[in-house]
Design a binder for this molecule. Structure first.
Ligand code: MN3
Length: 204
């Protein structure tokens, strides 16, 4: 198979009580698993099976029309979730430091403003989608939201941190309380990992 669900570097219960073990197990095993299975099915036997997930999430519109929707949804789903698992972890929370912390202060008015913008983007996304901290034109930080499994990559931006606001990310524990989930999500963000991603994008 071309694509695989990456192993987590922490157990499913490592994010308790903020994100519960059952949600993590279903989200990682079943939901991400289904995106990967459906992506593999869509690209099987084609040249696109050898593309990187990032390239598929960015350039799905260049694919043959019959594959486009499946790759947009499932390639995006795979890429977005792989990024998500790397961006959270036990002992998370706090705020970014180093070059990312400085850029947040300089470009977005500080961490509290960033958090407020991300929460607003997450709450404002009607239905399913993501809230993002992205690197935009001129490698400046911006906050945005995408629908479904669309990636900022397809819009020419680079995701630094993604927050999954699909109900499957929080419904078991938080039901309809997306605001409570977003508050909890900030307690599991691994800002060291996110900051390393930002630094690598700035050097690229
Ligand atoms: Mn999800």
């Amino acid at each position: 198979m071309s694509f695989n669900v990456p192993d987590l570097r922490y157990p499913y219960d490592a994010l308790e009580p903020h994100i519960d073990a059952q949600t993590m197990a279903i989200h990682h095993g079943k939901h991400h698993g289904a995106y990967v299975a459906n992506l593999n099915k869509a690209v099987e036997g084609t040249e696109y099976a050898s593309w990187a997930a990032e390239a598929l999430a960015r350039d799905w519109a260049k694919l043959p029309e019959g594959m486009r929707a499946a790759v947009r949804n499932n390639g995006g789903g795979h890429y977005n979730h792989a990024l998500l698992w790397e961006s959270i972890g036990p002992g998370g929370g706090g705020r970014p430091s180093g070059s990312l912390g400085a850029a947040v202060d300089r470009e977005l008015g500080g961490f509290d403003a960033l958090k407020a913008e991300l929460v607003k983007a997450g709450l404002g996304r009607f239905g399913s989608g993501w809230a993002w901290l992205s690197l935009g034109p001129g490698k400046k930080l911006l906050v945005e939201s995408t629908a479904n499994q669309d990636s900022p990559l397809a819009e020419g931006r680079s995701p630094v941190l993604g927050i999954d606001v699909w109900e499957h990310a929080y419904y078991l524990k938080y039901q309809n309380r997306r605001a409570d989930y977003l508050e909890a999500f900030f307690k599991v963000i691994d800002w060291k990992a996110v900051g390393e991603r930002y630094a690598a994008l700035m050097e690229a």
